[in-house]
Ligand binder design. Structure first.
Ligand SMILES: Nc1ncnc2c1ncn2[C@@H]1O[C@H](COP(=O)(O)OP(=O)(O)OP(=O)(O)O)[C@@H](O)[C@H]1O
Ligand SMILES: [Mg+2]
Length: 253
């Protein structure tokens, strides 16, 4: 059964794409059949996954030109599949909203229910219809968070939206956990915020801390994950550990 996980936080630059890419690569490294869906028109996950933006069909083609979802799927050098994104997803977002077609992504993924073990969805830094589509079809949401003063305020809206969707029985989505990203424990404020998070969300916080590590930032320019680029780096090891923790949370319950 395909476990669909949305990576979301409406705050920009918190490590959503880096988490999506490296989790997909880590899950693929454990021989779990994995699909990464880039739902951000910025297309960062697409290029970081090593997909050439010139050669792709996005979900725009599926929605407007009746292309099969299969025609959109590419394979990354890290051995996971990718449904890429591009700027045309901006028009897709408007169309889904105007057509009242909520749940479009969910129905598009139905044929793949038994094919993938995991589907990871990277979302844009806003709570727009594309993010809602991801939340709607995911069974769990993972929230990357930077340990900064305002970081908590940004996620309350997201958590409320997930609660509202679930309470109306529109989705079985729940917050799987909060991942602390770009952590530098030499920074006192980061340490304070990190401690606060552990106090407030003891069951939600992932134990694995993702350190600030330049190898994770360099890897996308090579079109590969940090796991493949520098397997022994702290960043790569942290994402492999995070994948292990995620698997334990999801599969061993
Ligand atoms: N652990 C890390 N160590 C060092 N650099 C990182 C780390 N995580 C992310 N970065 C860098 O920080 C920047 C923002 O990360 P990323 O693109 O993953 O965030 P995002 O939440 O997807 O951003 P957006 O909201 O724009 O989609 C990128 O340049 C990325 O390479
Ligand atoms: Mg991103």
């Amino acid at each position: 059964m395909n476990k669909v996980i949305a990576i979301a936080n409406q705050k920009g630059g918190v490590g959503k794409t880096t988490t999506a890419i490296n989790l997909a690569a880590s899950l693929a490294a454990t021989k779990r059949k994995t699909l990464l869906i880039d739902l951000d028109p910025q297309g960062n996950a697409t290029t970081a996954a090593g997909i050439q933006p010139e050669k792709i069909k996005t979900l725009y083609a599926h929605y407007f030109e009746k292309a099969a979802v299969k025609e959109c799927i590419q394979t990354s050098p890290d051995n996971y599949d990718v449904i890429p994104s591009g700027e045309d997803l901006i028009a897709l977002e408007v169309a889904i909203r105007n057509d009242g077609n909520q749940g479009f992504l969910s129905s598009s993924l139905k044929p793949f229910e038994d094919f993938y073990d995991y589907t990871i969805i990277d979302t844009p830094p806003t709570l727009n219809q594309l993010t809602i589509e991801a939340l709607f079809c995911a069974s769990g949401t993972l929230i990357p968070l930077q340990c900064e003063y305002y970081s908590l305020e940004g996620i309350t809206g997201l958590m409320k939206t997930i609660e509202t969707l679930s309470s109306k029985n529109m989705t079985s989505n729940r917050v799987l956990g909060i991942v602390r990203t770009m952590v530098d424990m030499r920074n006192n404020l980061a340490k304070e915020v990190s401690d606060e998070l552990e106090k407030h969300f003891p069951s939600l916080i992932f134990n694995t801390l993702i350190p600030r590590n330049v190898k994770l930032a360099e890897a996308p320019s090579h079109g590969i994950s940090g796991i493949k680029y520098m397997p022994n780096s702290y960043g790569a090891k942290a994402y492999l550990a995070l994948a292990g923790e995620l698997i334990r949370r999801i599969e061993y319950v």
